[in-house]
Design a protein around this ligand. Structure first.
Ligand code: DP6
Length: 419
């Protein structure tokens, strides 16, 4: 087979996700088994996703990977664990058109080329590893004809990065911590698909930050070792919260959803503060965004917007509907205007059709905006140019898909090298 020249490849797209009940802490570092269940919302891959092309050829002499155009090493244990697990489940593959036949056993000898690309800046601090490992596992499963359902695949993606297991599904997803030592029951399941609650609009504020943050992996290790609050959270708080969140999602109960989402984000950051030495992920801008949302929700009487923050200062804001999202964006742009030389279309990206509804797509600029009256003068003046790098407007989205259009492939179909 080594003299043959064929290349067989698959390209797939996988979404990223934001946890509304957070995963923070492992009980097994190698298998990546968490100390509590978590729940997430999958974000629309049109705005945030990873695209990965995986290829196999008898001409390849070793496994290789390119991330955003740069070759990276696959020697780390997380990549090795995912590759080993997926190879061990490979099936027979036949491409009659190309005259290619790969037997189950051949996969152990064949090498892979992998190219992966995020459609959002990796430096923005948005969970790129979740979409990345989910896409790696999903595309390899398709290439190798792995006959497993998405939950089984999620247990493989989990070994690349915990949060990746939740990116195997669209909509609302639960990662069940499981109890078995081998981790086989620590899998993701879909609670509801993306159409179940399609009023929701998500606005992400990518907050400028000068400091290099502690990685989730080492941050949660330190919390497990030193935070008593983490033990209490995992044992007493999260199990009840998970049930309440499942109920809130099922009933599209935005008030409960918001209360649970905000409280859980705040508790996660409290655990970070309770870690020794303490970890600070949010900054002053994050805190100002929280104040703005809290004040607005309070003044309305019923919650309009939920906020949640991961291991960094970026705010993920979930508005109950489009009308609220328009008002939210107006308020955000009033308090966090772009630098004078930034045009609005590059300051609000993703689904920026919302700019039109906010009256900001034409000549009229942020100067003419009025903040929601209830929160005026309450969170500081309008002098915060540059605190937010940009906003991404998105919504709950679908799970992984195969991209059949060859022009979207990241590897050359003749050579198997990056295009
Ligand atoms: C704060 O999945 O990035 O985003 O499993 O070590 O790769 P590893 O960590 P990772 O942690 C995510 C933590 C979080 C909360 C969440 O997504 O649930």
């Amino acid at each position: 087979m080594a003299t043959e020249k064929w290349v067989l490849m698959v390209t797939a797209q996988t979404p990223t996700n934001i946890a509304v009940i957070k995963y923070w802490g492992k009980r097994d570092e190698v298998r990546i088994l968490p100390v509590n269940d978590s729940i997430s919302v999958t974000l629309d891959p049109d705005h945030l996703c990873t695209v990965t092309t995986v290829a196999v050829s008898p001409a390849f002499d070793r496994d290789r990977m390119w991330l955003n155009g740069k070759e990276i090493s696959l020697s780390g244990s997380r990549y090795q664990n995912c590759l080993r697990e997926i190879r061990s489940r490979a099936g027979d593959v036949e491409d009659k058109e190309k005259g290619i036949k790969i037997g189950k056993e051949d996969w152990k000898k064949l090498h892979l080329h992998i190219a992966s690309h995020n459609n959002f800046p990796t430096a923005a601090g948005l969970a790129s590893s979740a979409a990345g490992f989910a896409c790696l596992v999903f595309s390899l499963a398709k290439l190798m004809n792995v006959d497993e359902d998405p939950s089984h695949l999620s247990a493989i993606a989990r070994q690349g990065s915990g949060s990746a297991c939740r990116s195997l599904f669209g909509g609302f997803v639960k990662w069940t911590m499981g109890s078995k030592e081998d981790g086989s029951d620590s899998v993701a399941v879909q609670l509801a698909d993306e159409k179940h609650w399609d009023d929701l609009v998500i606005i992400i504020a990518v907050v400028s930050s000068r400091q290099k943050e502690t990685s989730s992996t080492s941050g949660m290790r330190e919390s497990v070792e030193t935070s008593l609050l983490l033990q209490h959270r995992a044992k007493e708080v999260v199990p009840k919260r998970i049930l309440q969140m499942e109920e809130a999602i099922k009933n599209r109960d935005f008030a409960s959803f918001t209360q649970l989402t905000c409280t859980d984000s705040n508790q996660f950051h409290a655990v970070c503060l309770d870690t020794s030495p303490p970890i600070f992920y949010m900054n002053d801008t994050s805190h100002r965004i929280i104040s703005l949302v809290e004040k607005w929700n309070r003044s309305e009487g019923t919650p309009q917007v939920a906020y949640t923050f991961d291991a960094g200062p970026n705010a993920v804001l979930i508005a109950r509907n489009r009308k609220v999202a328009v008002q939210l964006l107006q308020g955000l742009l009033y308090y966090f205007p772009p630098k004078s030389d930034t045009d609005m279309k590059s300051y609000v990206v993703g689904d920026n059709s919302i700019l039109k509804e906010a009256g900001l797509d034409g000549a009229s600029g942020v100067e003419n905006l009025q903040p929601p009256p209830e929160i005026k003068d309450n969170i500081g003046s309008q002098d915060q140019k540059g605190e937010v790098s940009y906003f991404i407007c998105t919504r709950p989205g679908k799970g992984p898909i195969v991209l059949h259009d060859q022009t979207q492939a990241l590897l050359n179909p003749e050579t198997g090298l990056p295009k």
